[in-house]
Design a protein around this ligand. Structure first.
Ligand code: FER
Length: 252
């Protein structure tokens, strides 16, 4: 299924829980990370976890990723944020949807945090998974993907560090984003899940975000990595349990 966001086709996949035909249910939007896509093992498992909790899942390939339009090198957090706003508005209009939840992994988790701040009145719960919310602060300090650069002299195209072709505009955009401000604008319930051995996003950021949010629960997974190579079942279980604890809108 495709949705068009200002001329960019976004690849979406909707999975509804097993339930009587015509039944209403909540829906969780699920956003992959930097260089990721909707068919990654952990993203598919999380979509299924939402379904098992009686919640539809809507996986999205973001600009320049997976089956969506756009070039990877030209993606920025602003483009991802616009994609997220478009997908949220689409999901709100689906007739079976009661409440809307927003989830994402890593850079998708950061995107979910920023979009939840903008759409705080329509997002019933936020589930950032190993959210890479250090990206903006590190971009200002001159660190990206573990590499150092001069934050005041950004090249048009970054050197081929871990990935080739990423344009400097990615960093210029990230430098403008202030995540603490976004965190303070979202007052709904939050579940943060993070592997304690994450080598890409330090677990300290999950701890800090859980402190800053008004109503957050933090689940740390001992021994696990950025993409949950060892204990994905614990991640999906945490999401499932938290979702089943949510109050359901009447009529569902
Ligand atoms: C970075 C560290 C982590 C970064 C991106 C990530 C672009 C995101 C990882 C992911 O989404 O999985 O410095 O810079």
């Amino acid at each position: 299924m495709f949705l068009t966001d200002d001329g960019i086709r976004l690849n979406l996949k909707l999975d509804r829980p097993e339930q009587p035909a015509g039944g209403k249910c909540p829906l969780a939007i699920l956003i992959h990370g930097f260089t990721g896509h909707m068919e990654e093992r952990h993203i598919v498992a999380l979509a299924r976890a939402f379904n098992e909790a009686g919640c539809a899942s809507l996986r999205v390939d973001m600009y320049g990723h997976g089956g969506s339009d756009g070039e990877f090198g030209k993606h920025t957090l602003y483009k991802w944020l616009n994609n997220a706003l478009t997908v949220i508005d689409y999901a709100r209009g689906l007739d079976f949807v009661t409440d809307l939840y927003l989830s994402g992994h890593s850079q998708g988790g950061l995107t979910a945090m920023l979009a939840a701040a903008m759409k705080h009145d329509v997002i019933s719960g936020l589930i950032p998974l190993s959210p890479a919310w250090m990206i903006p602060g590190q971009a200002r300090q001159g660190i990206i993907l573990g590499q150092r650069f001069d934050p005041d002299h950004i090249p048009d195209v970054l050197p081929p560090w871990r990935y080739t072709g990423l344009e400097g505009n990615y960093i210029r955009v990230a430098q403008t984003i202030h995540v603490e401000e976004a965190i303070s604008r979202y007052h709904g319930p939050v579940l943060i899940v993070h592997g304690e051995q994450d080598a890409d996003v330090p677990v300290s950021y999950a701890v800090k975000a859980a402190e800053l949010y008004h109503d957050a629960q933090l689940v740390l997974i001992p021994g696990d990595t950025h993409c949950y190579d060892h204990h994905l079942d614990q991640v999906t279980e945490a999401v499932k349990v938290w979702m089943m604890e949510r109050p359901r809108a009447s009529g569902s």
